[in-house]
Design a binder for this molecule. Sequence first.
Ligand SMILES: [Fe+2]
Ligand SMILES: [Fe+2]
Length: 378
Amino acid sequence: MSYALILLVIVGVVLVGFLFWRGGAPQEDVPLKHRVSPRRRRSKSQKELPPEIRNNKLYYREIFRKRSSCKIYSLEPYPLKTSRDLTEEQKEFLYQELKRFPLPSGAAMQLSEMLRDPYVDSRKVAALASTDPVVSARLLAVVNSAYFRPRSGKKVSSIHRAILLLGFNQVRNLLFQLVLEHAVSKHSPLSKEEIQKIWLHSASVSVAAGEIAKRYKEHPGLVLTAGLMHDIGKFFLPYFQNQEEVGSFLAHEMGDDLPPLIQEENLTGFNHAVIGSVLCYIWKLPHEISQAVVFHHFGNPERLFQLEVKMRRVITTVAVADYICHLLGYAGEEPYLYEIPKQALEACGFPAYPEFLITPELEKEVEKMVNLLKEYSL
Ligand SMILES: [Fe+2]
Ligand SMILES: [Fe+2]
């Protein structure tokens, strides 16, 4: 009798184990006839993965291994400040402080504006570029670098040819980079090394954002610039440390485990996204850029979802590119990530795990730009 009981218990345990192995509890919300076994569901979702992911399992395993070595922060419990949360006095204070740092107006800025029009005459662009020796030197240095040199190996000495070889998007981005570099090196109180670190990160985010946009058949112009600008506020953060005006802004308790962004708000009263968006306003950059800058850490998701779809897409693309570059090590020594809200990824048709937007090609392009910058501009 007791043997039968033991046998019954063993059979029961095996049966329960089997049911859990098959996927645990039934899908309560699904009508019985539509219920699919978890194994079938699993294999269906695997089939839905694009072939480039299914065929590169080892590559993505390595990416997820990198992810597990990063510190991951969720900003959900901390509604970040955006420019709308500032009082009139705080806005005025920020504006007055940042107004001291104008964007240098020169040929690079004019050209960058000119190249907004994809149909602009390339000869006109070349003529204007030739008037500025710094711009000409940069374009020729880049086009003759190991990354862009024509296959013939012949040195390029014509600005017009350099523009044609690099393409308008690349030229526009390089020029804008040049303008920003001037502004930052002139006004930022950070050390040369710190400036270089942020620049390399910004350039990597710009390229990654451009690659993602191209993959989704979108014009990369806007996200390239937004990527370059997204952390611009970081260069100016030290100006706001220990200012009296920011006292009322302190909302969270200090602690080492707080996300760096919140520590930033606690120390300065603002965060680099807000500072960056005010700079965009002062520098008269398009509204889309300043929105992408202020929301790139999803400071306030409810407010984000009030924006139009196109705008949300630009913001999410820059945020994902930022995430990817942190993960790939283009953001300093201590790798950390900010989680991206799943609903934002879903709304853009991006994979639920942003890691799947990384491809060997994207990595190669980012590396190319970073090496180029290390070689020529810093
Ligand atoms: Fe940032
Ligand atoms: Fe960033």
